[in-house]
Design a protein around this ligand. Structure first.
Ligand SMILES: Cc1cc2nc3c(=O)[nH]c(=O)nc-3n(C[C@H](O)[C@H](O)[C@H](O)COP(=O)(O)OP(=O)(O)OC[C@H]3O[C@@H](n4cnc5c(N)ncnc54)[C@H](O)[C@@H]3O)c2cc1C
Length: 429
């Protein structure tokens, strides 16, 4: 049978969300006897691990995203629709989207995660976040705008507030963003903003746990903190944020300290991004859907959930669910594709078991911490390993080349290539 979405007589799978998990799923279902409709609110795949480099002007957004249509165009049994899914009707087996209703035989939810503000509406309204390309561009504009603002300010107290950058959350995103900002202070300000006294810029990293990168080993954590401090980042561990008053810039911390700042970057965790229509009792810890060992939504034979939004407790090494990282999402996407094929052939499915190969974070030029298959590396070799792996993991040859050339340029010039404000950011009032 010639494979063609419109002419083939095969069950119809709708995939909601084509991030790390969804992309692996469709790659493995390419050419298989199943019709797949991919729905995503964006028309691109976003390589989130490098988003902090877009925010800090090191890379342009087009270097880390890849058009979904281009991916799908080579897959005869897969089509793409750009739409936001708002509601799932599990009885009628239909989804309601911004472009209308669509029926499914099988459904896969892979909507990822959103920033966790712990129900604090004020923090949600006034803090910057790093979860999407528009967020990264907003942050890039905001950082550069703050420098421009500082240049035209004469009140030294106000200059201090403008040049205080606070990052909340010492996970990989927080650590990498803090490192990037510290490098801007070291290399970009003296070159581009010569009237500005760089010593007035302060980068704070606030972490509620006793150490940054708490998901990594103690040795990697300590080394990362050392690297951050070497770069001039003020690391406050065992400290959490109590409140933020955007009108006077006061960020109150648990140790009663108050920092004055116009820029708070919130990277203190994520929660699953769920969709209306699924019974609330199926939403568990971290706002994630409860799934069985085959990524099936509990109680449903025809609905699967993969990636950050899936909460699986059957994997004996992860009784409290898997970490919300790209490798889990990718492995679940790949296995689910195989399981769907098995299901169609009426063969037994295989349970998901996460193979954790390691994790890493970079802290500016020549410095990174890297844990792979139990080996722990820090410093220059780890930094080279971090760059190599990220280049390999990017989607598309053009993106790899663009990122490589940008990194080379940044390395030689000590600059961040994209120091431009293309869409000015205005803080919500
Ligand atoms: C800044 C940052 C840095 C990170 N760094 C790392 C790292 O270094 N290493 C690592 O392993 N992990 C990292 N992660 C985590 C990693 O990106 C996630 O674990 C991974 O993206 C999860 O994949 P996913 O497919 O579940 O979700 P995503 O990749 O987020 O994909 C979800 C997709 O669903 C779409 N979507 C959502 N809701 C709807 C809707 N209602 N309708 C239509 N479409 C919708 C979105 O547009 C998106 O394309 C990072 C995350 C962030 C935010």
């Amino acid at each position: 049978m010639k494979i063609n979405f419109y002419t083939m007589n095969a069950p119809h799978l709708i995939l909601i969300g084509c991030g790390f998990a969804g992309l692996e799923l469709i790659k493995k279902l390419n050419g298989k006897p199943i019709k797949v409709t991919v729905i995503d609110k964006n028309n691109y795949f976003n390589f989130q691990p490098l988003m902090y480099q877009v925010a800090s002007g090191g890379l342009g957004p087009d270097s880390i995203v890849y058009p979904l249509r281009k991916i799908v165009s080579k897959m005869p049994n897969v089509i793409f629709r750009m739409a936001e899914v708002n509601f799932i009707d599990t009885n009628q087996k239909q989804i309601y989207t911004s472009i209308g209703k669509i029926s499914y035989d099988y459904l896969c939810i892979a909507t990822g995660a959103k920033t966790n503000f712990f129900d604090n509406k004020e923090l949600e309204k006034y803090c910057m976040q790093l979860k999407s390309i528009p967020d990264a561009l907003d942050l890039r504009s905001d950082i550069l705008q703050e420098f421009e603002k500082a240049l035209s300010e004469s009140d030294s107290g106000k200059i201090e507030r403008i040049l205080n950058f606070v990052i909340v959350g010492g996970g990989p995103t927080g650590v990498e963003t803090a490192g990037a900002l510290a490098e801007i202070k070291k290399y970009v300000i003296p070159a581009d903003y010569k009237e500005l006294d760089a010593s007035k810029m302060h980068v704070y990293l606030i972490e509620a746990a006793p150490r940054v990168l708490s998901s990594m080993s103690e040795i990697s954590s300590r080394k990362a903190e050392f690297f951050l401090k070497q770069l001039g980042v003020e690391v406050l561990t065992n400290t959490s944020v109590i409140s933020y008053n955007a009108s006077n810039g006061q960020l109150t911390l648990s140790n009663n300290k108050v920092l004055e700042t116009d820029t708070v970057i919130w990277s203190a965790g994520v929660i699953g991004k769920t969709i209306e229509g699924i019974k609330t009792e199926l939403v568990s810890r971290g706002n994630r859907y409860k799934v069985d060992a085959f990524n099936r939504l509990e109680g449903y034979e025809d609905i699967f959930v993969i990636g950050d939004v899936a909460y699986m407790t059957s994997d004996k090494n992860y009784p409290n669910g898997h970490p919300m990282v790209a490798t889990v999402a990718q492995q679940q996407g790949r296995l689910l594709a195989k399981n769907i094929i098995r299901l169609l052939k009426k063969e037994p499915m295989q349970p998901f078991i996460y193979k954790n190969k390691g994790s890493m974070a970079t802290i500016g030029r020549h410095k990174a911490v890297f844990e792979i298959y139990g080996f722990k590396l820090q410093g220059y070799i780890a930094w080279l390993g971090w760059m190599f792996l990220h280049l390999m993991l990017l989607v598309g040859f053009r993106n790899r080349m663009m990122v490589f050339l940008n990194w080379l340029w940044n390395y030689i010039t000590y600059q961040r290539a994209i120091r431009i404000i293309t869409r000015p950011y205005t803080q919500k009032s």
